[in-house]
Design a protein around this ligand. Structure first.
Ligand code: ATP
Length: 335
């Protein structure tokens, strides 16, 4: 089966071709890079409008080169990220996906972006039923499968983890995205103490970010604040991930989301898993940050399960939670 997918929930205008027989995932992405400040929804949507036709064309060219029957042939379905994300961006992606599916006369598959972050880890690891830590820009949560759905075992009570780091870096005048700059600066710094906020299975970043901004304004070296931020925020995520493993009795952890590119976060999770005899898997970076590859891989499984959406019912949902998704593609697997 070959499936084309389109992703554009926030900053990455991305299209992909996935061949479920060869396992090949071809991804073409064009990131939106704000001149200043963070992601501006209107500008991001304008970027989607400009970039989506080009990334889709590149993927269709690839499909034509690798297929037997010429352009557009041998594509069995079109998947798209239906949410969660920025409404103006999602609407452009939805329109592009509907148009493409109708042009190719193939079924349309509406994919939850956060479930795709999880499933690409499950696909890459071959794990049976892992807990997933989604550490992305706009989200931070732990997911575990139970009784036909991915349940949210714990989540941020305010901002997503990447957005929290980005807000701090905006405060110090660094360009977007801030996460990689925090990682780089932290390597040069000494640990600076910041508030640690975990409440049961949930956690909060807003107080830490205010304290980090105050520390910087009070003259604490930015490298030290970055070191404190990484150690504190990632220790919180690691604690909750460990509790999720313990509660579910699972010994498999996968990582999802753009913040998962951070080496310190990965090493903390790896060490925790090693200490409790669990297995840890982090997908390669191109599958961690937003990308259409993960939408294509999950889209193919949904299509195989007959989980398609008629065009009139295919509206996008900026607040689409992972636990709203009936998991149709795991039939016959253990819960
Ligand atoms: P979501 O997937 O929830 O819709 P999103 O679209 O904003 O979120 P992702 O592509 O998953 O984003 O992640 C982008 C985030 O990852 C940004 O906030 C960025 O600062 C952060 N990030 C990227 N690289 C690193 C890194 N090395 N360390 C920490 N954070 C990072």
């Amino acid at each position: 089966m070959r499936i084309v997918a389109i992703e554009g929930t926030a900053w990455a205008a991305s299209a992909a071709l996935f061949d479920s027989e060869t396992g090949e995932v071809f991804i073409e992405s064009d990131p939106y890079e704000p001149d200043s400040g963070g992601i501006h929804p209107r500008e991001a949507a304008e970027h989607m409008g400009d970039a989506i036709p080009d990334v889709v064309s590149a993927v269709l060219d690839r499909a034509a080169e690798t297929g037997d029957n010429g352009a557009g042939a041998e594509i069995d379905g079109v998947a798209f990220s239906r949410g969660p994300g920025l409404g103006p961006c999602l609407r452009i992606v939805g329109t592009a996906a509907r148009a493409l599916a109708q042009t190719l006369d193939v079924p349309l598959v509406g994919v939850n972006h956060m479930v795709a972050h999880l499933e690409i880890g499950r696909y890459g690891s071959g794990f049976d039923s892992p807990v997933c830590l989604n550490a992305s820009g706009a989200n931070a949560h732990l997911l575990g499968y139970h009784n036909g759905r991915y349940r949210v075992l714990g989540e941020t009570m305010d901002t997503g983890v990447g957005n929290a780091l980005d807000k701090f870096t905006r405060h110090v005048g660094w360009t977007h995205p801030g996460g990689p700059k925090v990682e780089e600066a932290a390597a040069e710094g000494e640990y600076h103490d910041l508030p640690y906020v975990v409440k049961g299975m949930d956690f909060s970043f807003s107080g830490i970010m205010s304290a980090a901004k105050d520390a910087y304004d009070d003259g604490v070296p930015v490298e030290d604040v970055c070191r404190g931020l990484q150690e504190t925020v990632f220790a919180m995520l690691t604690e909750v991930a460990e509790r999720a493993l313990s509660l579910t009795g699972t010994d498999e952890l996968v990582l999802g989301g753009g913040v998962g590119q951070n080496r310190r976060l990965r090493s903390m999770l790896e060490e925790m898993c090693e200490q409790r005899g669990a297995e840890f898997y982090a997908p390669e970076p191109r599958f961690l940050r937003d990308n259409a590859g993960m939408i294509a891989v999950l889209g193919a499984r949904m299509l195989e399960a007959g989980d398609t959406v008629p065009v009139p019912d295919s509206s996008v949902d900026p607040n689409f939670r992972p636990d709203q998704v009936p998991v149709t593609w795991r039939d016959g697997e253990e819960s």
